[in-house]
Design a protein around this ligand. Structure first.
Ligand code: CMC
Length: 433
């Protein structure tokens, strides 16, 4: 149950002669927080923090990040242990329920997810409305939102059974939806899920098999896909997760709240960075051009940034990037590929990590730096990369949404502002302006 913070001190804020005492709260790990809930009521001022660099939005027990030391824990378990020893569906159970499942619990959960992989047949008609060259994220934003029309019962967020069913359905149907989006862009027939296969294996088959030929999923690629899903499953209160929480805080339909998260993830500063990163590696093209791009990234007058580098929270190596780099080598070895893109990525990483600009600003490779290299080698077009991120992050979104709904202190998210527009004035009729 949420509500486990302890008051460990008091901060004093002096506002125009009035002193307000604010509780200092401690959690399990991480910096203490100053609880500013009563600042407006007691001192008549708001706090201002655009971009939320110093502001916590909620209490959470799902994911912990220590950006200085490069630590990422899900329900207390380090991400590298989960990526190496667990599977995506087990991590999904962990994120949703708080503990690792026993074997019977896992079988029941995996069985339920498997039973919900099919889409309502009417969902397929939506695709005909899209241009074939539509961006896959545009189609995903629309179709995830459209799914809310098929499951009106999920609107009742007070019923834990309805909520759980909505989360299971979303986790189960995202791969089917994502694969259909890919197939639609390729002009190939949709491939239905085959429930005897594992989650990642099933997804790869729905993407890459065609009716004209037999298709066997490579276990190395299925394992790599599963790892990529684990590495993207959750990342505490990032932009898209905060969007899902904010949309859900009004009591919106959970599928619609997740669609809002998909929309937020699309941007190149967030989930769209993996697509942007691979495009950048391709644009660089060869190792000898790297210095030119490093100089551009450092130039204040050039908007170019090294995609896949830097993070709002990590001021150290992103622990997901470490696993991702290892997985990239496994996949490329299995496929016997030594791409120019990989050569550029490795050399770019080496040069940037030695460069004073990147060192002084603590800019390290993030999860997106190598994920694009792997997905490209697997055969996914760059426009699909963020869709795969969204598929995996759905688990985090629904876990965070559920935690918020179960939080007894939950209220609609409603930030305030400092108004600097025109002062109050009287309306002038158009004839007199
Ligand atoms: N290349 C060159 N300079 C950079 C970069 C970069 N990739 N990232 C940050 N900087 C510089 C930036 O110019 C600024 O310099 P100064 O202080 O001199 O003005 C300083 O570092 C701090 O940057 P910021 O933009 O204030 O930091 P932020 O926390 O607001 O932004 C970020 C974080 C991830 C948006 C940013 O690092 C970035 O744009 N990176 C490239 C995009 C990317 O890879 N995004 C994926 C993030 S991980 C996956 C996810 O969360 O979805």
């Amino acid at each position: 149950m949420i509500n486990k913070t302890k008051q460990t001190g008091t901060a004093k804020l002096e506002v125009k002669g009035t002193t307000v005492e604010l509780p200092i709260l401690s959690g399990t790990h991480g910096p203490d927080v100053v609880d500013v809930k009563r600042v407006y009521a007691d001192a008549g001022v708001f706090t201002l923090d655009p971009g939320f660099t110093s502001t916590g939005s909620c209490e959470s027990q799902i994911t912990f990040i220590n950006g200085e030391e490069g630590i990422l824990l899900h329900r207390g378990y380090p991400i590298d242990q989960l990526a190496d020893q667990s599977g995506f569906l087990e991590v999904a159970y962990l994120l949703l329920n708080g503990e690792l499942p026993t074997q019977p619990e896992f079988s029941e959960f995996a069985g339920r997810v498997t039973q919900h992989t099919m889409l309502h047949t009417q969902m397929d008609s939506f695709f005909d409305g899209f241009r074939r060259d539509s961006h896959p994220m545009a189609m995903l934003t629309g179709t995830v939102g459209a799914m809310s029309a098929f499951y009106p019962g999920a609107m009742d967020s007070s019923d834990p059974e309805e909520r759980n069913l909505a989360y299971i359905r979303l986790i189960a149907k995202m791969p089917t939806l994502a694969a259909r989006i890919y197939k639609y862009t390729q002009g190939q027939p949709f491939v239905d899920p085959l429930n005897e296969l594992g989650y990642a294996e099933n997804f790869l088959r729905m993407c890459f098999s065609v009716p004209a030929e037999p298709y066997k999923v490579s276990p190395t690629l299925a394992r790599a896909m599963d790892k990529i899903f684990i590495l993207h499953a959750d990342h505490e209160q990032n932009a898209s997760t905060s969007t899902v929480r904010l949309a859900g805080s009004s009591g919106a339909h959970p599928y619609a709240a997740v669609a809002a998260g998909v929309a937020c993830l699309w941007g190149p500063s967030h989930g769209g960075a993996n697509e942007a990163c691979l495009n950048m590696l391709r644009e660089i093209g060869s190792v000898d051009r790297i210095p030119e791009f490093i100089e551009r990234a450092k130039d204040k007058n050039d908007p170019f940034r090294l995609m896949g580098f830097g993070h709002r929270v990590y001021k150290n190596y992103d622990p997901r990037a470490t696993v991702m780099q290892k997985t990239a080598h496994e996949v490329l070895d299995e496929l016997g590929i030594d791409t120019p893109v990989l050569r550029v990525a490795k050399e770019l990483e080496r040069i940037a990590l030695e460069d004073e600009y990147f060192k002084s600003k603590k800019l390290y490779p993030n999860v997106d730096f190598y994920s694009g290299v792997i997905l490209d080698a697997m055969g996914f077009p760059t426009e699909m990369f963020t869709v795969l991120f969204a598929l995996a992050r759905t688990v985090g979104w629904v876990s965070q949404l559920n935690e918020m709904i179960e939080d007894p202190t939950q209220r609609i998210g409603r930030p305030r502002q400092i108004y600097t527009g025109a002062a109050k004035r009287d309306f002038v009729p158009i004839s007199q302006r």
